[in-house]
Write a protein that binds this ligand. Structure first.
Ligand code: NDP
Ligand code: A1CAB
Length: 271
């Protein structure tokens, strides 16, 4: 690809996406990131060799502009950028909880805007992003955004905007669920007598191995689970314990709260 990409806001999510892009071979001089303060910019320039600026207008001069500030900052950032988008970039926003209608109000209705819900494993090329386009997005722009995000992982278009909140629950926020599980396992491995480094190494390798096996096996994940559960053996005691504690309901409640929060955030911002 040869177009230029500008990131507005150089925090965790921008670092994951642009860092993943550079690691996957995107030329760093095609990427510019802006941030209101300089320390993160210096770190990103040092690590990935991208261009940086404290002037959002400069980053917004790119062909694809990725809006990646916290949702609470988004309105002010968009209103400030609006007079500087006459070159009609493809606008991609990664913010949770801000509906398309708000961007169209702040930036103008004639802009091609994609709501993208990515996640931080983009940094290692294992991202998972949901995408929703407004009516102004052309097929060429769809392909451009898709290929941009596919440089750092897989993508899935949704045709109903409300499904972006489901993507937040399944992908955007979901790395944290797995990290939490790993934290708990490492702590318990240590409590059972392993040194922490060993508990960590075994936990992480098992998580990565299980994910890769699930992604490549020709059977569903429940069958893979059963293959570990020897009748009368050890694993089923752990699984029975999870089921007795209603892990499926626990997960469903957590994901529902996650998705509901996106709707609440929209309301809090008066959208
Ligand atoms: N983190 C994640 O896993 C995911 C995040 N998202 C979305 O990504 C967006 C960014 O989140 P995240 O990266 O975690 O947040 P961060 O707080 O890490 O990054 C936001 C960045 O925006 C900068 N900023 C704030 N105001 C301005 C401004 N007016 N102009 C320029 N830069 C500004 C901040 O600068 P400073 O350092 O000075 O505060 C900060 O570096 C959010 O909307 C979130 O919903 C989506 C999916 C996953
Ligand atoms: O927690 C959040 O609000 C953001 C959106 C998805 C992941 N992080």
């Amino acid at each position: 690809m040869s177009y230029r990409i500008g990131f507005i806001g150089a925090g965790n999510m921008s670092a994951a996406i642009l860092g993943g892009m550079v690691k996957q071979g995107v030329a760093p001089d095609r990427i510019i990131a802006s941030n209101r303060s300089t320390p993160k910019l210096e770190a990103l320039a040092g690590e990935f060799g991208i261009q940086t600026t404290t002037d959002n207008h400069q980053a917004a001069g790119a062909d694809v502009v990725v809006l990646s500030v916290k949702p609470q900052m988004m309105k002010d950032v968009c209103l400030d950028l609006a007079p500087h988008l006459d070159h009609k970039p493809t606008i991609v926003t990664v913010a949770a909880g801000i509906p398309m209608a708000s961007y169209e109000q702040w930036l103008g209705r004639d802009h091609a805007i994609v709501r993208c819900m990515p996640n931080t494993p983009s940094l290692v090329g294992k991202g998972a992003s949901g995408l929703f386009a407004n009516a102004q997005v052309t097929d060429a722009q769809r392909q451009r955004v898709e290929s941009m995000m596919q440089a750092v992982g897989i993508t899935a278009w949704v045709e109903q905007e409300a499904l972006i909140d489901a993507v937040i629950a399944v992908a955007g926020s979901a790395p944290a669920y797995f990290f939490l599980m790993m934290e708990a396992m490492i702590d318990q491995g240590e409590a059972m007598g392993l040194d922490r480094a060993t508990a960590r190494a075994l936990t992480l390798q098992t998580a990565a191995g299980a994910a890769e096996l699930a992604a490549t096996a020709d059977v569903p994940v429940d069958e893979l689970r059963r293959r570990v559960m020897s009748p009368g053996g050890t694993t089923e005691q752990a699984v029975f314990s999870f089921e007795a504690d209603d892990i499926r309901a626990i997960v469903a409640r957590a994901m529902t709260r996650c998705a509901n929060r996106a709707a609440e955030m929209a309301q809090e911002m008066g959208n």
